[in-house]
Design a protein around this ligand. Structure first.
Ligand code: G4P
Length: 534
């Protein structure tokens, strides 16, 4: 590959400086660990909002700004990811929201491709839960540095040293506390700042609606005000320090260690410390490796990739937004870029940033920023956009579907809307759509990683496309990609069906994995490839 051309003069310095002052991060956690509450608390501390929801509860809760879809509000889970930008000190933080439920892990994986670091949010009483571990595994595979935030210390049930042990044993990450709780869980008095040894005492505000005020005391004064709780906390923190649990930037950036902070998002305690950690230690915006493995420097011409496509974000607009992570250079609204997969020019006239339901036009964006391109119907997750020298970023992975249903329109007058809706949800990556000769175009097969994806399809088809649908169960739980010869052979097998994906791949469906194994053993010449590619 020829050397990538770098920007000249002022642009060059500005891009490097802007990239240096960007942190692009996600929060990963098991549902209920407090992700929405933490998001609000971060915004509150960054003065991006005036007041956090008076109650953070689900029933009747004021929707948090990152939570906009009706279904999300109803269920209290985050299905679709939005990106929020705010400033802390001199740094711009792009917070990309990840879906909490395992059924949307494919979507989560795509979102995590767009961030440079993540916050692993842990419920103090519950420790590392199933979905946290799954998401952690994705981060580990991608080498994403993780900051751990132990939340809900105001509730009884957690043991700080046991949590350190659990993190180390179950994730393999070496925990390095930056703060340590004073008072056992349920009796949260404040934090030790592990660097200075000071006691940071908090004064709660009503309902956690505003920032909790902080008071910094020396170790000597802390012993007077917090007594035995201080002694215990100081002993524990000292013990960990002696055992080498001290922040090491290179170990953190290579995803070998994780800085740990304690807090209570609902009371806005420990949140400023988390923001400071993002600014002080999280990696600044970095370029992304292309398909050949080389990295396009952040100060080369504009490049970015689509990590998410979403329509129906705003019922007033009915538009389709492609979220692009800027990897290098300056994005200027209106600039012409090249859409790599088609080789066609693409005009970036409508570029916006989202803040919950609110939108703002973006005129300039820098490496690390997330730009929403409106009505960009040609764009799909994984697509590269660039100016100047060509770059191809790796495609987004597809996960192995394990749930299959045949979809049909329940209103014969809505056939056109039905086709359009199904096609669009396929483009967005909400679900994989397969067409089988056996069923015809009127009854596509929908393939999902988790069954909740079907619920999203039902909801969106009815509300966005006004084309209500119903499903028929299918007797399949396994799928493989095959070739033309394989398709011919498999079409004659019992309880097997061959269908075509929208990208032209031939997908064979089987009753179970056992059937696939048997076929592989008995017909080694058959092409039966895994669908997932990470
Ligand atoms: P999620 O997005 O990760 O699913 O979690 P969410 O923020 O919705 O929080 C889940 C529950 O945990 C909420 O309680 C929320 O108030 C509570 N929570 C979050 N952070 C803290 C914290 O630091 N301390 C305490 N004690 N609770 C916290 P809920 O039972 O759904 O409603 P409610 O308790 O607000 O009525």
């Amino acid at each position: 590959m020829s050397a990538v051309e770098l920007l000249d003069g002022v642009d060059n310095l500005r891009v490097l400086d802007e990239a240096l002052h960007r942190r692009t991060i996600a929060v990963i956690s098991h549902p209920d660990a407090g992700k929405s509450t933490l998001t609000e608390a971060l915004l509150l501390h960054a003065h991006a909002i005036g007041e956090a929801g008076a109650t953070h509860g689900k029933a009747g809760r004021r929707a948090t700004v990152s939570d906009w879809m009706a279904m999300e509000k109803e269920r209290g889970i985050s299905i679709s990811s939005a990106a929020i930008q705010f400033t802390h000190r001199d740094t711009i933080i792009n917070l990309v929201d990840t879906p909490g439920h395992a059924d949307f892990s494919e979507d989560t994986y795509r979102v995590l491709a767009a961030v440079d670091a993540a916050i692993m949010l842990v419920d103090a009483a519950k420790g590392l839960e199933a979905q946290t571990m799954k998401l952690f595994e994705v981060c580990r595979r991608r080498g994403i540095p993780l900051i751990t935030m132990i939340n809900k210390w105001d509730r009884p049930g957690g043991d700080a040293l046991a949590l350190m042990d659990e993190i180390e044993k179950r994730t393999g990450l070496f925990p390095t506390p930056l703060t340590w709780p004073v008072g056992e869980s349920g009796d949260f008095q404040g934090l030790i700042d592990c660097d200075s040894g000071d006691f940071v005492r908090f004064h709660r505000t009503a309902g956690g609606a505003t920032i909790a005020s902080e008071e910094r005391l020396s170790a000597a004064d802390a012993a007077d005000v917090a007594g035995i709780a201080w002694e215990t906390a100081a002993d524990e923190a000292g013990l960990l320090r002696e055992e080498g649990h001290v922040h090491d930037e290179s170990l953190f950036l290579s995803a070998a260690s994780t800085p740990v902070l304690f807090g209570a998002a609902a009371l806005n305690i420990g949140v400023r410390q988390l923001l400071d950690t993002l600014v002080d230690f999280a990696p600044s915006a970095e370029s992304r490796a292309d398909t050949s493995g080389s990295r396009r420097p952040v100060n080369s011409a504009f490049s970015g990739f689509v990590f998410k496509v979403q329509s129906g974000m705003d019922s007033n607009h009915r538009d389709r937004v492609a979220f692009v992570r800027v990897c290098s250079g300056v994005f200027q609204r209106g600039m012409m870029v090249t859409h790599e997969p088609s080789g066609r020019p693409f005009a970036t006239k409508y570029a916006q940033q989202m803040f919950g339901k609110d939108r703002e036009t973006v005129d300039l964006a820098w490496p690390g920023d997330i730009v929403g391109l409106i009505n960009a119907s040609a764009l799909r997750p994984g697509d590269t956009l660039f100016a100047g020298e060509t770059v191809v970023f790796p495609p987004m992975p597809r996960f192995q579907p394990e749930h299959f249903r045949a979809a049909r329109s329940t209103d014969s007058s809505k056939h056109k809307q039905f086709r359009k809706g199904i096609e669009q949800l396929d483009h967005e990556g909400v679900i994989q759509v397969l067409h089988s000769d056996r069923r015809g175009d009127q009854t596509p097969i929908l393939a999902a990683v988790g069954p909740m994806q079907f619920e999203v399809v039902v909801e969106r088809m009815a509300n966005e496309y006004r084309a209500p649908i119903a499903f028929d169960a299918l007797p399949y739980t396994a799928a493989c990609a095959t070739d033309a010869a394989g398709a011919l052979f498999l079409a004659k097998q019992s309880s097997t069906e061959v269908a075509v994906a929208s990208d032209g791949r031939l997908i064979a469906l089987f009753a179970n994995e056992w059937k696939v194994k048997t076929l592989r053993r008995e017909h080694p010449e058959l092409r039966l490839d895994s669908i997932s590619a990470e």
